[in-house]
Ligand binder design. Structure first.
Ligand code: SF4
Length: 706
């Protein structure tokens, strides 16, 4: 009622934080100022609900630290000089050309994000692949979703989560791997909880820590960090030993069964229990529950992805679902829960890892198709993808990369081993930071800052975790002289030779039309040819595939319903995964596992939520969860400060004593600058190049701080 008096008008858009994809309305007062946010009751995803981040999202438009105009300087730490857009973009294009002519095309790298619109990703891809021509182009999604992408491709022949939230309402058993849903994705958790209230089914949570989700589970499996593949193999060992697999499905729709069967023979529950710390009877019990359930599904987040075995962990989940016939049916699926609001959009259309629309640089037909569509010479494209984000930053150290453009990403807080990243960024000849907030930590090292509009100051789409394309309508005009990323990409393109020759879309809707043409194809799952911006808004989001001719604004909720996968033979691959233990483990000098994760109040590196009073009030400072027994042994008290030390660096944190963590583990939220990533390990998954953020070893030292 208080809001109703203040709000003169509600405007529809989509939440700009996480991949859940909640539909929201922003309330404007009589001066057009955003003063409130509420959930949209008719939206399939959130049905009117919002989490704390969404509730206060309207405060972001005028939050402190917004960039007012482009600024530049000769070198980091000099005073900033304000400038105009033409001068800033001329300077940027000039520096890119200088670096490329002196050191080669790939000496300039681009790292984007999961935060901007899909149409913007498509346009950025056209600019980077078609005009600038560097092959060192990646997104910060390598830090969160690369293992899921890699795992889906290895199992099914293509990326794309096959399930949806509605599967909660049909499943008979759910395993959550390394996912703390109530804090990471509160609205998806609420959907799951609603389903559980209607129809009870076993909820099993695999997590080394007693998370909020683990507390609600029927069975909690407190696994030893980094050993998920062992548990997956052991579950399959029991299923095959007891004849609980779906033979018919395996024979009709998969290849590689024999090798998988031979591999899992070595992972009997007794052996597995010794490695992964879950007792053998529980392993047997969970295997039987999953295989006999009827319909069973697995969901996962960073506990699987952020590991040296991340991609294998995803393949292991897919293996488990394939041998039990749980792919593509209501309630039978393997569903990765993504992180950023448009992590899916970058996977689909950005060209980071290849070419738009899930096309690969390695595929000649794909290169030809896009070159013809864009009107450029096919030889302009490289024949295989370049560096991942986690390889680009080390390549600065070796002098391979001289210039870098960061779009809405903040490696000074988000990359592992930030003491090393600091030294790395100082070596760049030219660093451009494009972000809504000028005070983002990485901007300390830049030569040029481009102020970007925030999500609901512009138009475009996000794709959520369940492949639902949602529309973002602008609810206010861009702050000061900040510009939509779409405009920045199109204007920069004009400064390159190819950019003057090829057509760049004038509006996001025109970019969407190009994407629709590129998505058409009877064998393509990523088909959006039946969608339009207006239809997406009217339907409150549409899942792909939504082919030309489909009606009613409802796309296919599931992939692979006919058991036909994206490999040329139409079959999914079962892949044998022998476990190789390559983690950094606790030892005499560093006796604790360090684990990291989210808190509900904050998003990523706090560039936004760090500015919201209500989010900060509940989670103002970095802290470390520690087991009381371990603390007693070391004489450490609750609410005192300690120094954590790893082989990479150190950080001072506030102690919270809790039974949530086992005796040999500490847990720290990852959001805070100069904290957990001063300690974390940069070891990478060999397939996805995603860092193993969650598994490293530390020691605890007392400090004088009270
Ligand atoms: Fe936004 Fe995610 Fe919260 Fe929904 S759950 S309101 S999408 S942050």
């Amino acid at each position: 009622k208080i809001l109703d008096k203040k709000v003169q008008q509600w405007k529809y858009t989509t939440c700009g934080y996480c991949s859940t994809g909640c539909s929201i309305e922003v309330g404007l007062d009589e001066k057009g100022k955003a003063v409130a946010t509420r959930g949209v009751a008719s939206a399939d995803v959130n049905r009117g609900k919002l989490c704390i981040k969404g509730i206060f999202e309207h405060e972001l438009f005028e939050a402190s630290g917004r960039g007012n105009r482009p600024i530049m300087r000769n070198k980091p730490w000099d005073a900033w000089q304000p400038t105009d857009w033409d001068t800033a973009l001329d300077k940027m294009a000039g520096e890119i050309k200088r670096i490329q002519s002196q050191h080669g095309r790939d000496a300039f790298a681009v790292v984007s994000t999961g935060q901007i619109m899909t149409e913007e990703f498509y346009t950025l891809g056209k600019l980077v692949r078609g005009c600038i021509g560097t092959n060192n182009y990646d997104g910060n999604t390598t830090l969160c979703m690369a293992s899921a992408v890699s795992g889906y491709k290895r199992s099914f022949g293509s990326d794309g989560p096959p399930g949806c939230y509605d599967d909660f309402e049909h499943t008979d058993c759910l395993i959550a791997w390394g996912s703390n849903l109530p804090e990471q994705h509160p609205i998806i958790y609420w959907r799951l909880k609603e389903a559980l209230e209607k129809r009870k089914f076993p909820l099993i949570v695999v997590d080394p820590r007693v998370t909020m989700f683990a507390q609600f589970a029927d069975i909690h499996l407190p696994i030893t960090p980094g050993t998920d593949v062992v548990l997956q193999n052991a579950l399959m060992h029991v299923i095959l030993a007891e004849g609980l697999e779906d033979r018919e499905y395996i024979e009709a729709h998969t290849t590689g069964f024999e090798a998988l069967e031979n591999c899992v023979k070595d992972y009997d529950p007794i052996t597995a229990a010794r490695i992964c710390g879950i007792d053998e009877d529980t392993i047997r019990n969970v295997a039987r529950l999953y295989a006999k359930a009827g319909k069973a599904m697995s969901i996962w987040t960073m506990g699987i992805n952020q590991s040296t075995h991340g991609s294998d962990g995803v393949v292991g989940i897919n293996n488990l679902n394939l041998i039990t016939g749980n792919i593509g049916t209501p309630g039978g699926t393997s569903l990765s829960i993504t992180g950023q609001c448009n992590a899916m959009g970058t996977r689909e259309w950005s060209s980071c890892s290849g070419l738009p629309g899930y096309r690969a640089l390695e595929n000649k037909e794909h290169r030809k198709e896009i070159a013809e569509f864009w009107g450029i010479d096919e030889s302009f494209f490289p024949e295989k993808r370049g560096m991942f984000m986690t390889d680009i930053l080390p390549a600065i150290e070796t002098g391979q990369i001289k210039g870098l453009w960061l779009v809405a990403t903040n490696p000074m807080t988000s990359m592992p081993n930030t003491p090393r990243i600091r030294k790395t960024l100082e070596k760049l000849d030219f660093l451009v930071v494009q972000d809504a907030y000028q005070d983002v930590e990485t901007n300390q090292y830049s030569h040029l800052f481009l102020p970007a509009a925030v999500w609901a100051e512009k138009t475009g789409c996000f794709t959520n975790t369940e492949r639902r394309v949602n529309l973002i309508r602008p609810v206010v005009t861009p702050h000061a002289e900040s510009k939509p990323d779409f405009w920045i990409f199109s204007q920069l393109a004009k400064r390159f030779e190819n950019g003057q020759k090829i057509h760049f879309p004038e509006t996001p809707s025109e970019a969407f039309d190009e994407m629709k043409v590129l998505s058409k194809g009877s064998k393509r799952t990523l088909d959006i040819s039946g969608m339009s911006h207006d239809l997406i808004e009217e339907s409150r989001g549409i899942q792909w595939p939504y082919r030309e001719g489909m009606e009613g604004g409802k796309g296919d909720p599931r992939l692979y319903t006919d058991g036909v996968f994206q490999y040329p033979d139409g079959k999914a691959k079962l892949i044998a995964l022998p476990f190789i233990d390559n983690n950094e483990r606790p030892c005499e000098d560093y006796p604790f596992w360090m684990n990291s994760g989210r808190v509900v109040e904050h998003f990523h590196t706090r560039t936004r939520t760090g500015k919201l009073g209500n989010c900060n009030k509940f989670s103002p400072t970095p802290y470390m969860e520690m087991n009381p027994d371990a603390a007693m042994e070391l004489g450490i008290k609750h609410q005192t400060y300690v120094r954590l030390v790893s082989r990479r660096g150190d950080a001072v944190v506030l102690v919270q004593l809790t039974q949530r963590v086992p005796r040999n583990m500490v847990f720290i939220p990852f959001h805070f600058h100069d904290c957990v990533n001063r300690l974390s390990l940069g070891l990478l998954d060999p397939h996805s190049r995603q860092p193993a953020y969650k598994q490293c070893s530390v020691r605890i030292e007392q400090t004088d701080q009270k």
